[in-house]
Design a protein around this ligand. Structure first.
Ligand code: PHE
Length: 341
């Protein structure tokens, strides 16, 4: 037994000194001193000893335990110190090395234009509202007085999610008119910017995803004059005072009367140039007086209330303002292009 203890003393101290991590050290403690450890195994043989030998061996065993514990403790301290030193070396920062340049991005040019428009409308007391891009056909079409046979409902034009054509990606922000009328108290003054989707091939002026800004006012005594005055003001804020607009009759199922608004080309002043494709005018938006059927469908009495609405394309506006000639540049997100703005 004495020899066994001597053997354990030598092998354990050697192993502890060679140990390289706290985890390993803990494993050694279990190996030598644990309940199923080597020292316990030796002590199990105590029963075989005579009454005189037993206290002597017991004392030796206690001594051995204390030695191994002492060695473990010492190694633990050493390892802790070594680890700290290694950490200090590894994590040392050479303050003389040149730094890594952090590049700061900036807002996308189209969102600059959107922010500008938001500011203008906020200044006139409008709320900015957000709504779902995945929409019910009922809101995108039906409640907007767009009949079942209308070509814009066609599967070739609209992204549907379901065979029954009840759920779709909104093709316009106009369903936000319905959401606003159904959920807000009167009077209502909102703009609702957001993404819309149509099955268009990508080219210089088309994209299957683009952005619109919907605007709507519902109150007592609202007329077409309010629509024109508001839009003229907005255009002058964006393109400068004195910018000339023109309202042409048009047709939308959810407004009556309906119109399209053009601005006189800010580049050539109406003479005709590449920017306005020789027309002298640039089409900016569709608008009109909210159809009485749409109002009553949302529980608003058309005899008491009236309102106007407009919808405009944000990309086109940004392209005009920044003289961007190809729509794809707006979405490609090539920083070499975006950095210019
Ligand atoms: N939603 C129409 C479009 O996408 C634009 C519009 C909005 C027209 C509001 C009238 C009123 O073309």
């Amino acid at each position: 037994m004495k020899e066994q203890m001597q053997g354990l003393r030598e092998s354990s101290v050697k192993a502890i000194l060679a140990c390289q991590s706290i985890e390993e050290l803990e494993a050694l403690r279990v190996k030598y001193l644990g309940k199923k450890g080597e020292l316990t195994a030796i002590l199990k043989q105590m029963g075989k000893l005579s009454a005189e030998e037993r206290p002597v061996m017991g004392q030796l065993a206690n001594q051995l335990r204390a030695e191994v514990e002492g060695a473990l403790e010492k190694r633990k301290e050493e390892l802790g110190r070594e680890m700290m030193e290694k950490k200090l070396v590894d994590e040392a920062i050479d303050v003389t090395l040149p730094g890594v340049k952090q590049t700061v991005g900036h807002k996308h040019p189209m969102y600059n234009v959107l922010d500008q428009i938001k500011d203008i409308f906020i200044g006139m007391g409008f709320d900015i509202v957000d709504g779902p891009e995945v929409e019910l056909a009922e809101y995108n079409f039906t409640k907007l007085n767009i009949e079942e046979s209308h070509p814009s409902r066609d599967w070739t034009d609209t992204f549907y999610f379901t065979e029954d054509a009840k759920i779709l990606l909104r093709t316009q922000t106009s369903p936000m008119q319905i959401h606003a009328m159904e959920s807000r108290e009167l009077p209502i003054r909102i703009i609702a910017p957001g993404r819309v989707y149509r099955k268009d091939e990508v080219d210089a002026t088309h994209s299957p995803m683009f952005h619109q800004i919907e605007g709507m006012v519902i109150d007592k005594g609202i007329t077409m004059a309010d629509l024109k005055a508001t839009l003229n003001l907005v255009v002058e804020k964006i393109y400068g005072e004195g910018t000339v607009t023109r309202f042409r009759p048009h047709h939308f199922p959810f407004t009556e009367p309906s119109c399209e608004m053009d601005i006189q080309c800010h580049k050539c002043g109406g003479k005709g140039c590449p920017t306005c494709k020789g027309e002298g005018w640039i089409e900016v938006l569709g608008a009109g007086m909210v159809h009485p059927k749409v109002l009553s469908g949302c529980g608003i009495d058309p005899d008491e209330y009236s309102g106007w609405a407009f919808g405009m394309g944000l990309e086109r506006l940004a392209m005009g303002e920044y003289k961007i000639s190809d729509l794809r540049l707006i979405f490609e997100n090539d920083v070499r292009f975006l950095e210019q703005f």
